[in-house]
Design a protein around this ligand. Structure first.
Ligand SMILES: [Zn+2]
Length: 254
């Protein structure tokens, strides 16, 4: 019998010392949307991620994988990629004539050459004055302000209901989450929630305010969240489902 050789001692895998490079464009001819190559220290294999907000595909690779390997990986998934790209909602710029949902209700953007006063809603239209090429920025400014007002008012009422204190409310253009709550009581929301129906905006506000008291997603948190959003929602699953189905579309505006 051949004596068994002792098993070679395995050196523990050391975390790669190489730092991930910043994301960079990956040029691949023939694809209708841009690709971005992103090195990730945590990735153990290559993955493709569709980013509906930015209208691009991210190729996530472990640190050290070559661009050539990334290309052939993309090539092997060409069919899948094209199907996903075809399913992306179209980009919806805030130009004259565009239809924009404000609090879930469609409004058309109307540029009015001699409009007096600020951007405002009148008869189901969003009236915008000033230079025509400033229309997209003016529409966006208007929506961010509306979001600030609406979210701020709802957050304060809900926080008062549970005796919680809000340190600050910030509006951002986040792509992966609709709201967040820090341990110091700072709430942050996507301004794009103003495009969603009131019930959905109200749910996200209630969710983050509930985190002021329950910094977790325990049954106690969900019970509190349901209580804070019960006025406009039969349950928390309805607005969550709405965001799952329609969220990507909201990211395509502007
Ligand atoms: Zn949460």
């Amino acid at each position: 019998m051949v004596p068994r050789r002792p098993a070679p001692t395995r050196r523990p895998k050391r975390a790669s010392a190489a730092k991930p490079k910043p994301p960079r464009p990956l040029e691949i001819a023939g694809l209708p949307v841009p690709l971005e190559l992103r090195e990730s220290a945590r990735a153990t294999r290559m993955t493709l991620k569709v980013d509906p907000g930015r209208g691009l595909i991210q190729v996530v690779i472990p640190v050290g994988v070559s661009e050539r390997d990334a290309r052939s990986f993309v090539g092997r998934h060409d069919g899948w990629l094209r199907a996903r790209i075809a399913a992306l909602p179209p980009s919806l710029p805030f130009t004259d004539g565009a239809v924009v949902p404000i609090r879930g209700v469609d409004h058309s953007v109307r540029w009015v050459a001699d409009l007096r006063g600020p951007t405002r809603i009148e008869d189901g239209a969003l009236l915008v004055g000033g230079q025509p090429d400033h229309t997209p920025r003016r529409v966006r400014d208007f929506l961010v302000n509306e979001a600030k007002r609406e979210i701020g008012a709802r957050a304060r009422v809900k926080a008062a209901l549970i005796g919680a204190r809000i340190a600050a409310i910030t509006l951002r253009d986040t792509k992966s989450r609709w709201g967040s709550c820090s341990s110091t009581g700072r709430l942050s929301f996507s301004w794009r929630l103003i495009l969603a129906p009131d019930s959905v905006l109200d749910y996200v506000v209630g969710h983050e305010v509930a985190h002021l008291q329950e910094m977790n997603h325990s049954p106690r948190f969900w019970a509190l969240c349901a209580r804070l959003t019960a006025e406009l929602n039969p349950d928390v699953d309805t607005p969550r489902g709405w965001l799952k189905t329609n969220g990507a579309r909201l990211l395509r505006y502007g």
